[in-house]
Design a protein around this ligand. Structure first.
Ligand SMILES: [Zn+2]
Length: 410
């Protein structure tokens, strides 16, 4: 990713709309971890939550404010870009590939409607005569943002109440506003994923915002001098808000393995919890398989707080998540940019969320400092020694079909 694009992302704005949740500033500044390990207030968390599995009955509503022009898209074209799963570049195709066919959208596109204000309820009001909302789980609202300098969006982590002809309905909301004069940045005004896949340019806006409406926060990245983490608070490290691989960050790729596990998308055989020294083989993250795609190596234990911001992510156990990506399917965009290299395995940790009760978060460990180097993988022959259990993780070999990793317990 070019410095220019990073800077533009840094200055991209905060999109706040009352009652529907928000997207968050994407910035490169250090995270504030001062409260990460205290003041943990237990809350009730049930996961995976129902919106991550199975058919999502979806209404896509296209709206434009009075006097503004629409996007140059018919409702049929929007259907093809978002819902038509047989179109490889559609969002639905991405969702099915990323979830291994565990999550998909069905539904229709309504509009364009002219609306008075950007309040989501106005979109619902405009489309209400055409929709039976008792048969809808999710809303995707699309509108042009002709007077903005950037595209923007939001995803609600929990269902939001809407007034409909069928009564008050709780619907999960994702909304995307496209800056119509900029076809390239921020997922482009092309609603499909073509730009992200073919050119490796930026995250696709819908894929990003929809991630928020799966309760996913921006996945962070951690840079530590010489790969040395010296404390559970990572005092010596720089934590930044967004990694550039995962789509809920600023990458173009699949949601990462910790997120996918939390969504309930893996089979038990896809995840191997490591408890002894050995050599382990990983298959690429992108493919549907019965083989191992995630190695979980023990990191720390914590009190069970049910607070996503603690170092274990609230469930009492913190792990290293090891995964392996290839130039396959919707991850192809990651391999278009020569600055990004995937000649190794990625290691992430759970916990440290910015949103202790609302959204889960992962942190990608940078295995290849300095931090401006965009290769974060642990390459063949390289070893990561972790501080809490004195375990070592070494990448032995990678190919297009698999990665081989050695984990040594003391
Ligand atoms: Zn976001």
């Amino acid at each position: 990713m070019s410095l220019l694009i990073v800077l533009l992302l840094v200055i991209s704005g905060l999109y706040l709309i009352a009652n529907i949740g928000q997207d968050y500033n994407i910035y490169l500044g250090p995270k504030n971890l001062e409260e990460c390990c205290s003041n943990n207030t237990p809350i009730s968390i049930t996961k995976p939550w129902s919106q991550t599995i199975g058919n999502q009955r979806t209404a896509i509503i296209l709206g434009k404010l009075s006097g503004q022009t629409t996007l140059n898209k018919t409702s049929e074209q929007v259907y093809d870009d978002i819902l038509n799963a047989s179109n490889f570049y559609s969002f639905n195709n991405f969702l099915q590939e990323s979830s291994y066919n565990n999550l998909w959208l069905t539904g229709n596109v309504y509009g364009w409607f002219e609306i008075d204000t950007g309040d989501p309820q106005n979109f619902v009001n405009a489309a209400d005569p055409f929709i039976d909302f008792t048969k809808i789980d999710r809303l995707i609202l699309v509108n042009p943002v002709p007077n903005s300098s950037y595209s923007l969006g939001a995803g609600s982590a929990t269902p939001q109440p809407f007034y409909t002809q069928e009564g008050i309905r709780n619907l999960v909301l994702t909304r995307i506003g496209f800056y119509t004069n900029d076809p390239w940045l921020f997922g482009s005004s092309d609603l499909s994923r073509r730009v992200a896949i073919e050119y490796g340019q930026d995250y696709n806006l819908l894929s990003h915002e929809f991630g928020h409406s799966l309760k996913l926060s921006h996945p962070g990245i951690v840079h530590c001098p010489n790969n040395q983490i010296i404390s559970i608070n990572m005092q010596n490290c720089l934590l930044l808000e967004t990694e550039n691989v995962d789509q809920v960050g600023i990458g173009t790729g699949h949601y990462n393995s910790f997120f996918k596990e939390s969504m309930g998308w893996f089979k038990p055989s896809n995840i191997k919890e490591i408890s002894e020294t050995g050599e382990y083989t990983l298959k690429p993250l992108e493919v549907k398989t019965n083989d191992i795609q995630v190695l979980k190596v023990p990191r720390v234990t914590c009190p069970v707080t049910q607070n996503y911001s603690d170092p274990c992510g609230g469930d009492g156990k913190g792990w290293y998540y090891i995964e392996f990506r290839r130039n396959i399917g919707h991850d192809k965009g990651l391999f278009k940019n020569t600055a990004l290299e995937f000649n190794g395995v990625e290691i992430r940790i759970d916990g440290y969320s910015n949103y202790p009760t609302a959204q889960i978060e992962s942190q990608l460990l940078d295995m290849e400092p300095p931090f401006w180097n965009s290769n974060h993988t642990l390459q063949p022959g390289k070893t990561f020694v972790e501080p809490f259990n004195n375990l070592s993780i070494t990448t032995l070999e990678i190919s297009d079909q698999y990665a081989k990793v050695r984990v040594v317990f003391p």
